[in-house]
Design a protein around this ligand. Structure first.
Ligand SMILES: *Cc1c(COP(=O)(O)O)cnc(C)c1O
Length: 355
């Protein structure tokens, strides 16, 4: 069977060494030494000013919205994972969907301004499949209307924009280190900001608001992560260059094999280096998409309709239909892509798409 993704598994002995050390220290969680080490190494690797390691990418979004004190309406994309929208609703705000660019699949900046009302306080945009949004256009709009910008950069480990980690953009960027992501810590996530005060507040928020024993600095939640998760991250980080290079080779092979196929791939944002996190293909119609999916599944190959459905169809949000997002959601499949996926398997997958 070829699944859409498989988690990267480091050599077991390497993880076990960390487990042995954890047993000796008897220090399991609460900002322990491995969490510190992982944060320091990730900050170095990504070359970012600040990073707070969290329990997952959803709590990262929730803390970001809370820390920026967003209220009322938040402009967002309907073409993302459900956590982008559900976090807005969870924080008591209202998502206002703006349609996507049909080539990059990211929120279309040209449509943002007409969606701004007196109640708008922020923009929460996803860098879809690791491909950066039009960051400059979005920032210019935010500056003009005094709005905060959060990027859901859950897919973006390794992506750069203008030679810097894409995590450095927006008031806050969030990411996920879930097992299905390119770099993972089983469960995990992070927030990034260049604003020291904001970073301080988020560091309090992830730990119940504690500012020392018996002292609290504002309301908080439990967003911490454990030594066991950090250990997985430390193991995986030693393989990250190999994982990124492999991902790129695999995507270029898909591109080559599909060059005459009647499909479309995504357009990568200018001035960026993509991390090749996913391999989405867009077909001419939903009928063709479902047919390809069925044929592949008969051979135990499992591409995923990702993202499907468009989030404007969620029953707990009120929204009109968002046309381009809905149309793309109906015609897109992400092809299998993971570190151990072999060349022959890729050829096998493509055969059914072109024939
Ligand atoms: C994975 C993902 C999330 C959620 O991250 P978790 O770590 O699973 O909570 C949020 N947004 C997007 C776009 C994602 O792909």
């Amino acid at each position: 069977m070829i699944p859409v993704t498989k988690p990267f598994m480091p050599p077991r002995e390497e993880y076990e060494q960390y487990v042995q050390d954890i047993w000796e220290r008897e220090y399991l969680t609460n900002n322990g030494p491995l969490v510190h080490e992982l944060e320091a190494k990730l900050k170095g690797y990504l070359d970012v000013a600040n990073m707070l390691y969290l329990s997952n990418g959803t709590i990262a979004l929730q803390i970001a919205i809370k820390a920026l004190d967003l209220k009322g309406e938040i402009i967002t994309t309907p073409f993302s994972y459900v956590a982008t929208t559900s976090s807005i609703v969870w924080e008591g705000c209202e998502p206002v969907f703006v349609d996507i660019d049909p080539h990059t699949l990211n929120i279309d900046p040209a449509l943002i301004e007409e969606a701004i009302t007196e109640k708008t306080t922020g923009i929460l945009a996803t860098h879809v499949f690791g491909n950066p949004c039009d960051i400059e256009a979005i920032q210019a709009i935010a500056d003009r209307h005094d709005l905060k910008v959060i990027y859901d950069a859950a897919h973006c480990f390794g992506t750069t924009y203008k030679d810097r980690s894409v995590f450095e953009y927006g008031d806050i960027s969030t990411t996920s280190f879930h097992a299905t992501k390119l770099f993972h810590t089983v469960e995990g996530g992070a927030v990034f900001t260049k604003d020291e005060d904001l970073n301080y507040r988020m560091s309090r928020m992830r730990n119940f608001g504690h500012a020392g024993f018996g002292q609290y600095d504002g309301v908080g939640i439990n967003g911490k992560n454990s030594e066991f998760h950090a250990a997985m991250g430390l193991c995986n980080l030693t393989y990250i260059d190999e994982i990124l290079q492999n991902r790129k080779k695999q995507c270029l092979l898909y591109e080559e094999l599909l060059k005459d196929a009647p499909i479309k791939s995504i357009k990568i944002q200018e001035d960026s280096e993509w991390n090749f996190a996913y391999y989405p293909v867009i077909f001419g119609s939903e009928v063709v998409t479902l047919k390809v999916k069925e044929v592949l599944e008969q051979k135990d190959i499992h591409p995923r309709r990702y993202f499907y459905p468009s989030l404007d169809s969620l029953e707990y949000v009120k929204s009109e239909e968002i046309e381009i997002s809905k149309d793309i959601a109906e015609r897109i499949l992400c092809l299998p892509l993971y570190n151990s996926l072999g060349k022959n398997e890729q050829v096998l997958i493509i055969e059914d798409i072109i024939n």
